[in-house]
Design a protein around this ligand. Structure first.
Ligand code: URA
Length: 202
């Protein structure tokens, strides 16, 4: 990975568009993934939101946060009074990692090594976007941004990441998986409150 990082640094893209071309040309994590899913949103956005990796639908459409978790995020942003189109949305890992089970492609969490492999790209990307605040959705994003394992439930809230003012909150997929309706509603309300609080910091 160190060698790969050094090789990437030598690529030295001079713009976000150039960086994105390098990412698009890179190998997917799993053969059969459709495409790299790039970040989306204006350079200079006050807030960047970082997820884990594209899901099945994101991989097909080539856009971040368009599947079920993305729809939950979009609804939570709306409820928090935040305009999604003003944000920069991206992922720690740019390719969908999955195992094929019949017709279904089942999401696989990236390993710490895989997160590290993509980290230089993420940091370079943020360097072009220059947000005032970076929001990590879940542990993988928090690991990518801080370079160390982070317990979301213990370290939820404002956090300094490697050179960035940050904010740690849960991943929307976690909210989708909560079993009880009551528990899910409460956790979703806390997620909306986190987004509001983050927006006030940016
Ligand atoms: N969709 C994304 O683009 N990222 C995630 O982390 C989850 C769903």
């Amino acid at each position: 990975p160190e060698k790969a990082m050094a090789a990437m640094a030598r690529q030295a893209p001079e713009s976000l568009a150039e960086l994105n071309r390098l990412i698009q040309r890179s190998e997917p994590l799993v053969p059969g993934a459709t495409q790299a899913v790039l970040g989306e949103g204006p350079e200079g956005a006050a807030i960047a939101i970082v997820g884990e990796q594209p899901g099945d639908q994101e991989d097909r459409e080539g856009r971040p946060f368009v599947g079920p978790a993305g729809q939950l995020l979009t609804a939570a942003l709306e409820e928090a009074g935040i305009d999604r189109s003003g944000l920069y949305l991206t992922n720690a890992v740019k390719h969908f990692k999955f195992v094929q089970r019949g017709k279904r492609r089942i999401h696989q969490s990236p390993t710490a090594g895989e997160v590290k492999h993509y980290r230089w790209w993420l940091m370079t990307e943020l360097g072009f976007v220059r947000p005032r605040l970076v929001v990590a959705l879940g542990a993988t994003a928090a690991l990518a941004l801080s370079g160390r394992p982070i317990s979301v439930l213990r370290e939820r809230g404002p956090r300094a990441f490697d050179g960035w003012d940050g904010f740690v909150t849960v991943h929307p997929s976690y909210l989708l998986r909560l079993p009880g309706d009551e528990e899910r509603r409460r956790a979703q309300a806390e997620f909306v409150a986190d987004l509001r609080r983050a927006a006030a910091l940016a």
